[in-house]
Design a protein around this ligand. Structure first.
Ligand code: UDH
Ligand code: NGS
Length: 401
């Protein structure tokens, strides 16, 4: 019969072996699995002092800047660097997202010392396996942009990506056009670098889990599958809004995005339809990982609901080859390499085109033209109000607030 004493001995021996196995696994690089077991035995932290917190759905979130402090500027970027591991060891899972007042772009810059001019980054200690461009359509959302940059930079660094952030800023006050700005972003980003993946990213969506990797799949990916505003569920099966990821090949196969959705709504559904018209299908991360918090806001001035969107959507099958990347016309007003992003300000025109013809003169105006008038002095005539040359537009670029 086995005595109680020897039972304890066997139990201690068993636990000892477990510890040795865990130590060995940890040395071999299985830290994630080991830390999973450790977490099971550890009591949950309730103090909140470690930067952990609980989101509305009860998932613990860590500080997005944890894991990054050891990366230093001094690490050299040589030719013979090894590739980064397939799964980044810096990934930590759920991220705590909040929007404290008083955050400045200068503070975001200070917290991201390895980000260089134009919002570009490469891991300092290994050769990135992926090159990802983030394209953000933008107008009058500087406050949201600041928060997105605060979270996105460390999020992408934890994924050991070679990345660049592009803000595509619509000039003027004419109705907003999200999808056309994405076409601009695609073309302008690809001019600069051979990106292998492009993330089309609303400015007000903050990712809440860094296992949602900003890397492309073999088919177009809808990353924002679980938003807080939809109760962390997909609102409908074909939803393709918020954040999506395409390779340049995917983008070209579907002729990019439509240029003719002016105002709110429908353009993301059109893009979703284009995916299947281009012979592809939508992939998604899991609901657990593809989580986003939206910065609350109302519908913007200059982005009224588009009443034509349902009629247009009904015709995507007929229009997708005639309107898209192949017909995207715009004028680049400025390209600024800011410390945390590249800002591209563009004139995308209106439904009537880039330089719509002036309306025909009214009978009253015709009469005025016929009447003999005094000839203005040389040089006093006003130049046409072309956005490209407009000084005020140049001034409307983003600044630290
Ligand atoms: N955006 C701007 N400025 C604008 C409008 C839109 O930067 O003036 C960009 C921004 O990146 C934003 C994205 O376009 O995240 C999408 O626009 P949105 O946030 O207005 O769209 P969303 O559907 O929110 O997320 C709409 C709020 C209420 C709509 C109710 C309609 N029934
Ligand atoms: C659909 C819109 C999409 C929009 C989605 C979510 O109805 O553009 O709602 O909207 N499609 C049409 O209007 C045809 S949201 O709840 O974010 O305001 O993205």
């Amino acid at each position: 019969m086995v005595s109680i004493q020897s039972k304890w001995r066997y139990l201690f021996m068993f636990l000892g072996i477990q510890l040795v196995v865990m130590a060995l696994l940890s040395r071999e690089g299985y830290q994630k699995r080991v830390s999973y077991f450790i977490r099971i035995f550890r009591k949950p932290d309730t103090t909140g002092l470690t930067g952990r917190n609980h989101t509305a759905a009860g998932i613990a979130g860590g500080d997005v800047y944890a894991n990054l402090s050891h990366l230093s500027k001094s690490s050299s970027h040589g030719d013979g660097m090894p590739y980064c591991p397939k799964t980044s060891p810096l990934i930590g899972g759920p991220i705590h997202v909040s929007f404290p007042s008083g955050l400045t772009l200068a503070e975001v810059q200070r917290k991201n010392p390895l980000v260089v001019r134009g919002g570009r980054y490469r891991p300092p200690d290994c050769e990135a396996r992926h090159r990802t461009a983030i394209i953000i359509p933008h107008r009058n959302r500087e406050h949201h942009l600041k928060f997105l940059l605060y979270y996105l930079h460390p999020f992408l660094q934890r994924q050991q990506l070679n990345y660049g952030i592009y803000v595509i800023h619509q000039a003027g006050n004419y109705t907003f056009n999200r999808a056309k700005l994405m076409n601009v972003g695609f073309r302008e980003a690809m001019k600069e670098e051979d990106w292998d993946c492009l993330f089309f990213h609303d400015v007000d969506l903050i990712p809440e889990d860094d296992r949602n990797t900003y890397v492309c799949d073999s088919n177009p990916k809808h990353a924002a599958i679980a938003m807080d505003k939809f109760g962390y569920k997909l609102p409908y099966k074909m939803y393709f809004g918020g954040v999506s990821a395409l390779t340049p090949l995917h983008y070209l196969k579907m002729n990019g995005f439509p240029n003719n959705y002016w105002g709110w709504g429908g353009e993301d559904d059109d893009i979703g339809v284009r995916v299947s018209l281009g012979g592809m299908y939508i992939t998604r991360p899991s609901l657990k990982v593809g989580r986003y918090k939206m910065i609350k806001h109302k519908l913007d001035k200059g982005n009224d609901v588009n009443p034509k969107r349902f009629n247009m959507l009904a015709k995507t099958r007929q229009t997708w080859k005639l309107d898209g990347m192949n017909t995207a016309e715009y004028e680049t007003i400025s390209r600024q390499y800011m410390p945390l992003y590249t800002n591209i300000t563009v004139n995308i025109g209106t439904e009537a085109g880039l330089h719509p013809h002036p309306p025909p003169p009214t009978p009253h105006a015709k009469a005025a033209v016929k009447a003999p008038v005094e000839v203005p002095a040389k040089g006093s005539a006003k130049p046409p109000a072309k956005l490209k040359e407009s000084h005020s537009e140049k001034k409307s670029t983003l600044r630290d607030r």
